[in-house]
Design a binder for this molecule. Structure first.
Ligand SMILES: O=CC(=O)O
Length: 332
């Protein structure tokens, strides 16, 4: 019997040595396809037969499209493991994978620090309203004419973290240093130790009591548009909203309306509903902080993420199991 194969979807940018070391265990293959249609055709033609694990990147969606039921059905019989290089795995239909007996892993933990840093940067930038004057300076207008409204201090403000996973908990620690009072809502209340002093509140209370709301929850069918018109109506007038999770957990149209109505004072976004498209109402609003999905965009974090994901491919080859599986499959 020949060596098993590993399919690389996307690129290894940093952890070359670790990746190359897998070649003693498996043949490392890649698609020729540059489009979803061609990728599906390669799958159907049996090009990837013998592949047991795939390493996929977030950006590889530009070639294969999402790993939905249609695509998962065409993956080779031999494929048992999908290792996704990212914390958020909404590009992969985990249910379709489970039905075919395919285990899916993501990259938790390694992303936490860098993403929470961007989260804090967006909170500070949105509270202080820095964007307008940063734009004005580059246009030779110093702070702008008239100057922007005074910003707000984080000290003493209530930060409501929606989704208290690794990133939410990391953010909590950072927000402590800025004197914010942190509350959170999560599907499950955390132990005192994990909550680190953050108070557990209901979803409704988080909406109504927070000065700053941070979205740190995964995108799935239960969380799509979790924040929309009805939720904005429950928030404090002048609230600041920050999102480093996934754009579609918030209804962007409703956000733009809430900004225009002054219900939301400002927002800080790293993620958008239809990346790389950004809602024109956001682009046109100089007051908001917009970053093009750069939560994990540091050398250290990108390297750590690749190493983690390669570790999962290695575990699949050596032990026939992944080091971590996504929560939906934890009991499967
Ligand atoms: O968006 C980044 C990630 O999911 O890791």
């Amino acid at each position: 019997m020949g060596k098993p194969k590993v399919l690389l979807l996307g690129a290894i940018d940093h952890a070359h040595e670790s990746w190359n070391s897998l070649s003693s265990l498996a043949d490392l293959v890649a698609p020729e396809a540059r489009s979803r249609a061609d990728f599906l055709a390669e799958c159907s033609a049996g090009k990837f037969d013998g592949v047991v694990a795939t390493y996929r990147t977030f950006a590889s969606v530009e070639i294969t499209g999402v790993f939905d039921a249609e695509l998962v059905k065409l993956l080779p019989e031999s494929l048992k493991f999908i290792c996704h290089n990212g914390a958020g795995y909404d590009q992969v239909d985990v249910h379709a994978c489970s039905e075919r007996g395919i285990k899916v892993s993501n990259v938790p933990t390694a992303v936490d620090d860098a993403t929470a840093d961007v989260n804090m940067f967006l909170i500070l930038g949105a509270l202080r309203g820095f964007n307008t004057s940063m734009l004005a300076l580059r246009e030779g207008k110093w702070r702008g004419h008239p100057p922007p409204p005074l910003g707000h201090d984080p000290e003493g403000k209530t930060l409501g973290i929606l989704g208290m996973g690794g990133i939410g908990r990391n953010l909590k620690k950072k927000a402590d240093a800025f004197g914010m009072k942190v509350v959170y809502h999560n599907r499950n209340k955390l132990s005192e130790e994990l909550a680190g002093g953050a108070g557990y509140v209901s979803f409704e209370t988080l909406l109504s009591d927070s000065d700053v709301i941070s979205l740190n929850l995964p995108l799935n069918k239960n969380t799509r548009h979790l924040i929309s018109t009805k939720e904005f109506e429950k928030m404090k007038k002048g609230v600041v909203i920050v999102n480093t999770a996934r754009g579609a957990v918030m209804d962007e149209d409703a956000l733009v309306k809430a900004l225009d109505a002054g219900v939301v004072w400002s927002c800080g976004l790293d993620v958008y509903e239809e990346e790389p498209k950004v809602h024109p109402g956001l682009v046109a609003n100089p007051h908001v902080m917009l970053v093009p999905h750069m939560g994990t965009w540091t050398y250290e974090t990108q390297l750590a993420m690749e190493e983690w994901n390669i570790g999962n491919v290695r575990a699949a080859l050596e032990k026939g199991k992944l080091n971590n599986v996504v929560p939906e499959q934890a009991e499967v």
